[in-house]
Design a protein around this ligand. Sequence first.
Ligand code: GDP
Ligand code: MG
Length: 322
Amino acid sequence: MEAASIEALLERAEKGNLRALGRLLTLIEHPTPHAIQILERLAKRAGRAQVIGFTGIPGAGKSTLASRVIGALRRRGYRVAVVAIDPSSPFSGGSIMGDRLRMQEHASDPGVFIRSIPTRGVKGGLSTAALAMIEVFDAMGYDKIIVETVGVGQSEVDIINAAHTIIVVTMPGAGDDVQALKAGVMEIGDIYVVNKSDKAEANKTAAYLQFALEREDIGRRESGWKPRLVKTSAVLGMGIDSLVDVIEEHWNFLRESGWSGRKVEARRILMAKMMAESMLSAKVMEAHMESLGYLEEVARTGEGIFRAAEELARRAARKMLE
Ligand SMILES: Nc1nc2c(ncn2[C@@H]2O[C@H](COP(=O)(O)OP(=O)(O)O)[C@@H](O)[C@H]2O)c(=O)[nH]1
Ligand SMILES: [Mg+2]
């Protein structure tokens, strides 16, 4: 693609042409030279949007809740973009009928752009693609960018660290609260949501979480923010405005303290690292394909297989420099 046509595409996308925006997002899915050229252009304009991450155990109601939050944000006049990583998310069209129907209200809203990341065939990995998409949406002037991920702690989903505001969604039920503590999410959330508060045990779960958050070691983030607890019922639409109020409060806190900028920097560093990883891994793949004879020989004798690994890495590094 010519530099001039990339320029034209950017211009159309910026003027609100949604098809041009979609095309742009497809172009940056893989860390190709084109993608890098586009991202270089866009990164200068980005850095204004609030990135809001939803995480938590499957079934807690992240997608349903996110959909409600989108509605509330729209009513407050914001343009909203969604990056859906969870392959089972109704945002990705992979869920049951009821969920998909709930999404329809946003499908026809030009102020909401929903993009799911294909789980197959994304060479650079899901997270790299997701981070690049955040950069594009940000540069295109979306005010709020919502990211839904599954769980935390796995490298593929650690993209949650790219969010300004991390929302940990839990639900009432035996053992779930304990499980949430074990999963290492007590240290990362800015806002904890006990969703499904239409259920009887919700107060117990909320009390348990509140008690945990009062502990000095987990009750304060690096920025100085004290994580908050909100009870919601996504199906009944209860507590949504309170949640959005806290999301706004956190955003104001980050902006006033200068932490919003620092989080954008952290996100870009994460993106650089992940892109480097995927570029290198592509070169390892190439070196591997070209060295099959040598590798087979080594494998037969069983000798020097670790040196062969070093050799592969060296060949990949050389290719990187070509
Ligand atoms: N009772 C109740 N069910 C809910 C609530 N929110 C979501 N659900 C249901 O919980 C299930 C999982 O929701 P989903 O949003 O897909 O969860 P996710 O896996 O965390 O994204 C669906 O059947 C939802 O209809 C809620 O507030 N109350
Ligand atoms: Mg989901």
